[in-house]
Design a protein around this ligand. Structure first.
Ligand code: PLP
Length: 482
C-alpha cells in the first residue's frame, strides 16, 4: 500500500500545506517521525480493484438464497426482504448505546414490548423473553424455566426429560446441559410419537417432554392432545421446539395444543437467514403459570413509559447481555407488521403447499418412508439408489451441478439415506418444477449410470472436499505460502 501511495505522488506536485515546499515531502512531515512507519506492511502488494475483484469472485463461489434455490430441510432458507436489513441498520436503532438510560431508548423498548405481545399472540403464550440468541439458547432458557418450576413446587425428584428419536440434536444437548437425563421415545410407523412407548416412559420422575411439531420429518403429531394429557397428568410440562413455526403460523398455536413453554427461531421464520453461525434470536415464551420464571429483566409499560423490570425474584436470571440480538428482533418486528395475521397464515399455507407439491413430484423416484400429507418439509430416502451403489451423499453432490444447494442429508437419523427437502413459501412454481426435474434426472442417473453420480460434482470450483479432515483439523489462519 505504501508503495502505491508513494508512486502516485512521486514528483508530481508540491504539497500546498504551510511550511512545505518540497514535492510530497510535506506529507511525510505531517506524521511525527517516531510514529512514521519505516518498514513495509507484510501484506500482498495489489491494487484496490484487484482486491475487490478477488473478494467479489470469492463471494460468487458461495451459494445463497440470492443466487439460487436452497431447499435445506430443517433450516428454512427462505428469501428475506432486503428492506428489513435496511431498517435494522437505521441509525436510531443501530446507534443506540446499550447502556443508554431507559428514557433515551423508549423506541427500542417499545419494540421489545410489542414483540412480546405479538409472539405471544402467534403462539398462544402469556409472555416472551427476547434474550436468547439462538434456538438452542432458547431451549436452554426454556428447560431452566422447567427446572425452576419444579423446584419452586419442591418437586425435586423430576430428573428426566422425554425427547422423540426424530428430534433435532440440540434438544437432548440442551436437556443434558440443564442436568436432565434424556429418555428417548420412539416414533411409530406414521412418524408420530409412539403413544404406547410414551406411556411406558412417563412417570413422576419426568420433568417434561420436548416436542417439535411439525416434527423433523415434516409431519404433524396426529395425537398431540393425547400426548399433552399424558404428560400433564403425570405432572410434567410440555416444551415446544418452535424452529418449524414456518408451517403453523396463523393456523394452529402451540398454546392451544397444550404446550407450556415455547421457543421460536426468529432467524428461520421471521426475516433473518438461518445458518452459517450468523446472529440469531431464539425468544422463549411461556404460559401464565411460568411467567415469573422468565429471564430478567422484562420490558414493562407504565403510564406510556417503557422500563426494565428487574424485580423478578423467581426469574432464572439473565440469559444474554443488554437487549438480546436487537437487530434480528427488529427485522422480525418489521416482518410481522408487514405480513399481518393474514399474511403469516399465507406464509404457512404456501410453504406447506410447496412442500406437498414437490413431495408428490418426487415420491415415485425415491422411497417415501411416510406416505402422508407433510407440512413445510418432507423426508425422502435414497435407499433404492443405495442398492445400486449410489449414496445420498453422491446425489447431494450431483445436484450442485444443476446450480442448487443440496437438501439436508442423513437427518433425521431415523430415516436411512435421508434426503430432507424444505422448499419454503418464497419459491415460484417454475423453481419447484425445475428442481424436481433435476432431482428426477439424478434419481434415474443413479440407477442407469451410477458412476456419473458417484464422480459428481463436475461444475463446481472444487470437487469433493475432505470434510472429515476439514472438521477435525481446520486451518483457520491465512498464510502467504498457501
Ligand atoms: C427443529 C430444530 N430445533 C432446534 C434448532 C436449533 O436452532 P439454532 O440452530 O438456532 O440453535 C434447529 C435448527 O435448525 C431445528 O431445526
Amino acid at each position: 500500500m505504501k508503495l502505491i501511495f508513494e508512486k502516485s505522488l512521486e514528483g508530481k506536485r508540491a504539497c500546498k500545506l504551510p511550511g512545505c515546499d518540497v514535492p510530497h515531502a510535506g506529507l511525510d512531515k505531517l506524521i511525527p517521525e517516531n510514529m512514521a512507519r519505516n518498514t513495509d506492511y507484510a501484506l500482498p502488494k495489489i491494487s484496490e480493484p484487484e482486491l475487490v475483484r478477488h473478494f467479489t469472485a470469492l463471494s460468487k463461489r458461495n451459494h445463497g438464497v440470492d443466487s439460487g434455490f436452497y431447499p435445506l430441510g430443517s433450516c428454512t432458507m427462505k428469501y428475506n426482504p432486503k428492506i428489513n436489513e435496511d431498517l435494522s441498520k437505521m441509525k436510531g436503532f443501530s446507534g443506540a448505546h446499550p447502556l443508554a438510560d431507559e428514557t433515551h431508548v423508549q423506541g427500542c423498548l417499545e419494540i421489545l414490548y410489542m414483540m412480546d405481545k405479538m409472539l405471544s399472540e402467534i403462539t398462544g403464550m402469556e409472555h416472551f423473553s427476547l434474550q436468547p440468541s439462538a434456538g438452542a439458547h432458547g431451549e436452554l432458557a426454556g428447560l431452566m424455566i422447567m427446572r425452576a418450576y419444579h423446584e419452586k413446587r419442591k418437586d425435586m425428584g423430576r430428573k428426566k426429560v422425554i425427547i422423540p428419536d426424530s428430534a433435532h440434536g440440540t434438544n437432548p444437548a440442551s436437556a443434558a446441559m440443564v442436568g436432565y437425563d434424556v429418555l428417548e421415545v420412539k416414533s411409530d410407523r406414521r412418524g408420530n410419537v409412539d403413544i404406547n412407548a410414551l406411556k411406558e416412559l412417563i412417570s413422576g420422575e419426568v420433568a417434561g417432554l420436548m416436542l417439535t411439531n411439525p416434527n423433523t420429518l415434516g409431519l404433524f403429531e396426529e395425537k398431540i392432545m393425547e400426548i399433552s394429557k399424558i404428560v400433564h397428568d403425570a405432572g410434567g410440562l410440555l416444551y415446544y421446539d418452535g424452529a418449524n413455526a414456518n408451517a403453523i403460523m396463523g393456523v394452529v398455536r402451540p398454546g392451544n395444543m397444550g404446550f407450556d413453554i415455547v421457543h421460536l427461531n426468529l432467524h428461520k421464520t421471521f426475516s433473518t437467514p438461518h445458518g452459517g453461525g450468523g446472529p440469531g434470536s431464539g425468544p422463549v415464551g411461556v404460559k401464565k403459570h411460568l411467567a415469573r420464571f422468565l429471564p430478567s429483566p422484562a420490558v414493562r409499560k407504565k403510564d406510556d413509559e417503557y422500563y426494565f423490570e428487574y424485580n423478578m425474584p423467581d426469574s432464572i436470571g439473565r440469559m444474554k447481555s443488554f437487549y438480546g440480538n436487537f437487530g434480528v428482533i427488529l427485522k422480525a418486528y418489521a416482518y410481522i407488521l408487514t405480513m399481518g395475521g393474514k399474511g403469516l397464515k399465507e406464509v404457512s399455507e404456501t410453504s406447506v403447499l410447496n412442500a406437498n407439491y414437490l413431495m408428490e413430484k418426487l415420491k415415485d423416484h425415491f422411497k417415501l418412508p411416510y406416505e402422508r400429507i407433510c407440512k413445510h418439509e418432507f423426508v425422502l430416502s435414497g435407499i433404492k439408489q443405495k442398492e445400486k451403489g449410489v449414496t445420498t451423499l453422491d446425489m447431494a453432490k450431483r445436484i450442485m451441478d444443476f446450480g442448487y444447494h443440496p437438501p439436508t442429508i442423513y437427518f433425521p437419523l431415523i430415516v436411512k439415506e435421508a434426503i430432507m427437502v424444505e422448499p419454503t413459501e418464497t419459491e415460484s412454481l417454475e423453481a419447484l418444477d425445475n428442481f424436481a426435474d433435476a432431482m428426477i434426472k439424478i434419481a434415474k442417473e443413479a440407477i442407469q449410470e451410477p458412476d456419473k453420480v458417484k464422480n459428481a460434482p463436475y461444475n463446481t470450483a472444487v470437487k469433493r472436499l475432505d470434510e472429515i479432515t476439514a472438521a477435525r483439523r481446520p486451518v483457520l489462519k491465512w498464510s502467504q505460502d498457501r
